[in-house]
Write a protein that binds this ligand. Structure first.
Ligand SMILES: [Zn+2]
Length: 162
């Protein structure tokens, strides 16, 4: 309807947390991922870089996306990045149609490692996870941590620390 105005109940906050999460557009994982970022990584607020294949573009060095990522890192002074890949990713299945599920996961983990190295070179703290489905729930497998001291100061917890 023309002129209609809808007001969000989320209060506006004019500041940046320095957090960024990069994950795949796949709606089957998106809701659980956002919950995970808030509940388990303490990212109550974070910038989102959501694109098909998630962090794949970093390892694959896709110029237009890498350029936007760099702009974001600089403009919002990003200090902490969470990278999340997921099983049954349509982007990877399309890129590598001949690979089995376990080979695809290996490729995704390799790409995450490359992305981590590139981001760490910029002095950013990075952690990475692989999301998979288990009994109708999404489970996030930790692949790498950021530095331990940062972990504690952010009040992060993991199953092993409980
Ligand atoms: Zn995907």
């Amino acid at each position: 309807m023309q002129g209609e105005r809808l007001r969000s109940r989320t209060l506006w906050k004019d500041e940046f947390s320095g957090n960024l999460a990069i994950f795949c557009s796949d709606e089957r994982f998106a809701g659980a991922t956002i919950e995970f970022l808030k509940q388990y990584l303490g990212m109550e607020r974070c910038d989102l870089f959501v694109v098909a294949g998630g962090p794949a573009f970093i390892a694959q060095n896709e110029p237009s996306l890498v350029e936007r990522l760099e702009l974001l890192i600089e403009a919002h002074k990003i200090k902490y990045v969470a990278l999340i890949a997921h099983e049954d990713c349509g982007y990877y299945k399309r890129c590598y149609p001949d690979l089995s599920q376990s080979e695809l996961k290996r490729k995704q983990v390799e790409d995450l490692s490359s992305a981590i190295s590139l981001l760490r070179q910029k002095g950013i703290l990075v952690c990475s996870f692989f999301a998979l489905v288990e009994s109708d729930e999404v489970v996030f497998e930790r692949l790498s941590c950021c530095a331990a001291e940062d972990y504690q100061s952010r009040g992060l917890s993991s199953e092993s620390q409980k």
